[in-house]
Design a protein around this ligand. Structure first.
Ligand code: ATR
Length: 274
């Protein structure tokens, strides 16, 4: 039986997830498919009805429906509930399950690039306060970080996100960011700044300490100006492509019963598409 999976979003044509899952399906010789389906948020309930009727075994949800899908699930994982959003769905015993694998993907990639990073992280600086920031902070807290500084263009969003992690996450002003760089052993950009077609992220890295990890979840381009500048200053740059690759692993395992690997060959395939 061919197992059909999907990525739903609106728009969805730009998604690179079909390349990832297509690679793993071929690698493991599995009879399955992973298809892009453009579903506007208002049409989510009717799409979910197709999933429940057995047309698909599961799939991914991307912008703008990760939050909209949550109340349509029978079972949301603790992570999905904490995040208020699901990106991975599957049917199990007639029930629709949802999880959020973004924090997992962020951590798995960081582990692969900088083994032992959490043990030597004193304070982390997170830029941005949207869904991606929530996932990153969730991951950092799960790994035991106890001091996370958060800055965002709209301060009220930073304050609101910080309230979800009392005593650990501190909302700070964007004007302070240059000084906060010097206090941090890990810096994560979760904003869309620096992405192809978006304004650059203007961040003064003159206080960056050598050995500081600078992780940009943007992956188009692969090396953002932030990462290039971090590299020049003796920081450890970590790009966003790995998070995309790793967040796909748990879903594929659920749908096809095989735990796939994030290999150099898979990465090269994605890099060639960027
Ligand atoms: P996601 O779910 O991908 O995190 P989001 O919820 O739209 O997406 O959040 C985007 C983040 O990028 C936010 O932190 C946003 O800042 P605001 O909360 O002030 O909107 C940030 N961002 C986007 N464009 C920006 C810009 N031009 N300057 C500064 N921050 C920007």
């Amino acid at each position: 039986m061919t197992r059909r999976c999907f990525i739903i979003g609106h728009p969805v044509a730009h998604s690179r997830s079909p390349l990832i899952h297509g690679h793993w399906l071929a690698e493991h010789g599995l009879a399955g498919s992973y298809e892009r389906v453009d579903v506007p948020p208002a049409e989510m309930p009717s799409f979910i009805a197709r999933l429940r009727a057995g047309e698909f075994v599961g799939g991914n949800v991307t912008v703008p429906s990760k939050e909209v899908v949550l109340p349509l699930l029978d079972e949301a994982s603790a992570t999905a509930r904490a995040m208020g959003a699901a990106n991975t769905l599957w049917m199990e015993n007639g029930r629709l399950h949802g999880d959020n694998t973004d924090a997992y993907g962020f951590l798995a990639h960081l582990d692969a690039c900088v083994p032992g990073w959490a043990q030597r992280s004193v304070a982390a600086l997170v830029l941005g306060a949207g869904g991606a920031a929530r996932a990153v902070i969730h991951g950092l807290v799960a790994r035991g970080l106890r001091r996370i500084l958060l800055v965002n263009r709209s301060p009220e969003r930073a304050l609101e996100l910080a309230e979800a992690f009392p005593k650990v996450v501190e909302a700070r002003a964007w004007q302070e960011v240059a000084a906060l760089v010097g206090e941090s052993s890990l810096i994560v950009n979760t904003t869309s700044l620096g992405m192809h077609g978006q304004p650059q992220l203007e961040l003064d890295l003159s206080a960056l300490r050598p050995g500081t990890i600078v992780d940009d979840i943007v992956y188009v381009p692969l090396e953002t100006s932030l990462l290039a500048e971090a590299r020049r200053r003796g920081g450890i740059p970590v790009d966003g492509l790995g998070m995309l690759l790793h967040q796909a692993v748990p879903g594929f395992e659920r749908w096809f019963g095989v735990r796939p690997q994030v290999t150099a060959a898979l990465r090269a395939k994605l890099e060639a598409d960027i």
